[in-house]
Design a protein around this ligand. Structure first.
Ligand code: MN
Length: 202
């Protein structure tokens, strides 16, 4: 079984003006597609890996044969991270969460502003390419920067909400202004999708 590039759940220009259509098209159709293709290349060498989910593979990298472990880490991580990323954004997004999401945020951070500040700092402060992630670990919501395509799932966490801070995610529109991109990204968040992720995490 080969892994597949999931369709973007909205048009390329749906996140405009926060994230422009050209960036979305290149990001999804080329960057994410490349991660999927490279991951499938590794699966081709070890077909038994294709019987596992991407979460299972990344959650137990030591069980992945050494000759493809780095490929699976980088490209499998890229596949999972982006698959989540597309769904937690959407048109008419942003604002503040309510219900269960707000409760989980408020139990771990002072309030939504404190959470927003912490995740933004983790994302903006991630040196080089990587992600800012909010994830569940030990039953609590935490935020941290991750390098490259690493995922909280590699540390036993459950990724809930993440922002891609690779330059390919923002350079066309924001050039070197990563803080401006991260600030704009908050206006794209689909909080219902975030709530779904929290519910599935238990
Ligand atoms: Mn990316």
């Amino acid at each position: 079984m080969a892994f597949e590039l999931p369709a973007l759940p909205y048009p390329f220009d749906a996140l405009d003006p926060h994230i422009d259509a050209q960036t979305m098209e290149i990001h999804h159709d080329r960057h994410h597609a490349t991660y999927v293709n490279n991951l499938n290349g590794a699966i081709g060498k070890h077909p038994e890996l294709g019987e596992k989910s991407i979460e299972e593979l990344l959650g137990d990298l030591n069980s992945v044969p050494e000759d493809v472990r780095t490929v699976v880490r980088n490209n499998g991580g890229g596949h999972l991270n982006h698959s989540i990323f597309w769904t937690i954004m959407g048109p008419d997004g942003g604002g503040e969460p309510s219900g269960r999401v707000a409760e989980v945020i408020n139990s771990a951070f002072d309030d939504f502003a404190g959470f927003k500040d912490a995740l933004s700092k983790a994302a903006v402060g991630q040196f080089g390419s990587g992600w800012g992630w909010a994830f569940l670990a030990g039953g609590k919501l935490q935020v941290k920067g991750f390098p490259n395509q690493d995922s909280p799932i590699m540390e036993g966490g459950v990724p809930i909400l993440g922002v891609d801070v690779w330059e390919h995610a923002y350079y066309l529109k924001y050039q070197n202004k990563r803080p401006d991109y991260v600030a704009a990204w908050w206006n794209t968040i689909n909080w219902r999708a975030v709530e779904d992720r929290l519910s599935k995490a238990g």
